[in-house]
Design a protein around this ligand. Structure first.
Ligand code: IDP
Length: 151
């Protein structure tokens, strides 16, 4: 099983889209193993988005993601990183396919409602920024055998 980090960004929290977005992941069969509402510090935001440090939109991105609470989530499942990226849709929501989260809920690059790790390596790095080890929990679901043919 793979784990990935999802952030419901400030725009989506304020638009009260949290439950709709969470429901999509639960309906898909992904398991929530970490979940919290938090206000991100500037330091953590800069660490999270370190790869974009030299980009012209970096300052706006950091100030936006720290502007009001986000919901941080760790999801677990087979190929969770790719599954979540596919469900999110393209970075620019105006290009995102209908049926994807960005395609259905967003209009602007700087207000694209959700973050999802782009690789297993990024996921491991990012989960550590947002969650202590004991905040990511293991538990069994009876439904697992109805979601996966082979466990
Ligand atoms: P991703 O969120 O789809 O993985 P990244 O390229 O990692 O996309 O960019 C991180 C975030 O930075 C995007 O989700 C978006 O909010 C913002 N962003 C990316 N490119 C631009 C841009 O050209 N202008 C403004 N904001 C951008």
């Amino acid at each position: 099983m793979e784990r990935t980090l999802v952030l419901i960004k400030p725009d989506a929290v304020k638009r009260q889209l949290t439950s709709k977005i969470l429901a999509r992941f639960e309906d898909k069969g992904l398991k929530i193993v970490g979940l919290k509402l938090m206000q991100l510090s500037k330091e953590k935001a800069m660490e999270h988005y370190a790869e974009h440090k030299k980009k012209p939109f970096f300052d706006n991105l950091v100030s936006f993601i720290t502007s009001s609470p986000i919901v941080a989530i760790v999801l677990e499942g087979k190929d969770a990183v790719t599954v979540v990226r596919t469900m999110m849709g393209t970075t620019n929501p105006r290009d995102a396919a209908p049926g994807t989260i960005r395609g259905d809920f967003a209009m602007d690059l700087g207000r694209n409602v959700i973050h999802g790790s782009d690789s297993v390596y990024s996921a491991e790095r990012e989960i550590k920024i947002f969650f202590e080890e004991d905040e990511v929990l293991e538990y069994e679901r009876i439904i697992d055998r109805d979601i996966y043919e082979n466990l």
